[in-house]
Write a protein of this length. Structure first.
Length: 133
């Protein structure tokens, strides 16, 4: 497998990660609205419901933001943009701490991006992996 193929595979995995995070984030956000509604209508434990509402809002927002960042990086990787390499490195480091699939994806991303030697780019090469495309 050549380096350009690895960059495209990394882009595909980033799209899958973005989709998963986006779906999870969008599933959590309505839970925050439900928790806020419970907090307004219940006299028993409104503080716990408010805390759950804010926590689920934070978690859902972070997941949606991660999904947007991963999708942006995936598009950049697919197009062979230089900035996508730095974005993929950042997401790879973050994913290492999300076991089990995030760790595997993060290690693969870091391996893919660090294994390629740096050298000048010709006109027909990818900016991400420096391989002929």
């Amino acid at each position: 497998m050549i380096a350009a193929d690895r960059a495209r595979w990394l882009a595909f995995l980033s799209f899958a990660s973005a989709w998963t995070a986006g779906v999870a984030g969008l599933a959590v956000l309505p839970l925050s609205l439900s928790a806020f509604a419970v907090a307004r209508s219940t006299e028993g434990a409104p503080q716990a419901a408010m805390l759950m509402g804010w926590l689920s809002l934070l978690i859902g927002g972070v997941l949606v933001a991660y999904g947007a960042a991963a999708a942006t990086v995936a598009v950049g990787l697919w197009q062979g943009r230089r900035w996508a390499r730095a974005g993929a490195l950042g997401l790879g480091f973050a994913n290492v701490f999300l076991p089990p699939f995030g760790t595997a994806f993060g290690v693969y991303a870091l391996w893919t991006l660090f294994v390629v030697p740096e050298r000048p780019i010709s006109e027909r090469e990818s900016e991400v992996t420096h391989a002929h495309g």
